[in-house]
Design a protein around this ligand. Structure first.
Ligand code: ADP
Ligand code: MG
Length: 307
């Protein structure tokens, strides 16, 4: 099967969208940015064996790759316009490509991101998704706006994805985890929720925002650095799923919630006068100073590819 046949069969049928002027098939795509808006762009690469286990279902590999990139649009408060996919494939495997394309279509729908172009090459399995969104000029959420006296808040629950990955890696075999809890935890790794609408609802409300990809403590440090303030986290307030606590006990659950990556929840600062969005939890405060302080002492504060 030629490169072009692969593109036509698997990558060309979910490229339409309200702002898509030209999709897959020409030398480039064209997207309309609405009047008074700026273009928000982010890119994310996933490599087999590094970002996901090689044997993860192709549906999930695709879905997760889109979710990871889309999460950056959510963190900026951007509304989605479209995405491109640069994929390098070791071989032509029709079954794998079919599954991958299905996962891609599902994510395209869930995150409202038409697939408008990309690049297809042969090589070790690697997936790069570039997402484009728009935001009213000057309104986007940055990491840098937090100030002392504000509340520190997070969406959803933390640590589930990291435990899901640990289970996939076969590291939790000794545990007796309820079947439904297993399904939930695995899906939190492979099918992260979309926080796009939460990001949009934070515009004009939150003063800073980041998505949690490397772990709460590590990502909180980015807000603290960019905003020039101290974040104080109260570990007793961390939102954790029942599945997480029931599976591994409170102490380990807490460590996962503080340091586990890829929950793709939003962490944001909120002035006390604003109301807390549904599904979010206050986990601490912004104070004068620097760095992140938590009442728990941990060995490792997140995931860094080069350490
Ligand atoms: P060019 O040589 O002009 O860069 P290509 O031959 O690489 O174009 O791609 C042909 C068309 O197919 C382009 O519109 C490109 O954006 C699209 N395309 C290629 N690979 C993918 C992919 N993985 N997903 C979506 N669109 C793709
Ligand atoms: Mg060309």
């Amino acid at each position: 099967m030629s490169e072009f046949a692969i593109i036509t069969q698997y990558f060309s049928s979910f490229g339409a969208g309200a702002n898509v002027l030209l999709s897959v098939g020409d030398d480039a795509a064209a997207l309309r940015v609405d009047e008074g808006c700026e273009l928000i762009v982010s890119t994310d690469t996933s490599v087999a064996g590094v970002h996901f286990p090689d044997d993860l279902f192709p549906e999930d590999i695709a879905y997760k790759a889109v979710a990871a990139a889309a999460s950056d649009l959510a963190a900026m408060g951007a509304s989605p316009l479209g995405m491109t996919l640069a994929i390098s494939l070791p071989e032509h495997d029709a079954l794998w490509l079919h599954g991958f394309s299905q996962g891609l279509a599902a994510a395209s729908r869930d995150f409202d991101l038409p697939l408008v172009g990309g690049d297809t090459t042969r090589g070790l399995l690697s997936i790069t998704v570039t997402v484009m969104g728009q935001c009213a000029t000057g309104q986007k959420l940055l990491r840098s706006g937090a100030s002392a006296g504000e509340l520190l808040c997070v969406s959803g629950t933390l640590g589930d994805s990291a435990l899901g990955l640990s289970m996939l890696q076969g590291k939790e075999r000794g545990l007796d985890i309820d079947f439904e809890d297993q399904e939930f935890l695995l899906s939190r790794f492979s099918r992260p929720a979309s926080r796009i609408s939460l990001g949009l609802s934070l515009l004009g409300q939150a003063t800073s925002c980041i998505d949690i990809s490397d772990g709460l403590l590590a990502d909180a440090a980015h807000i603290a650095d960019a905003s020039g303030c101290k974040l104080v986290i109260d570990s007793a307030r961390l939102p954790m799923s029942e599945a997480l606590a029931a599976s591994i006990g409170r102490d380990r659950a807490l460590a996962f919630a503080l340091t586990g990556g890829e929950d793709f929840e939003l962490l944001f600062s909120l002035p006390e006068s604003k109301s807390l969005p549904d599904g979010c939890t206050i986990i601490g405060r912004v104070e004068a100073g620097e760095g992140v302080v938590c009442d728990q002492v941990l060995e490792k504060d997140g995931y860094d590819h080069f350490h």
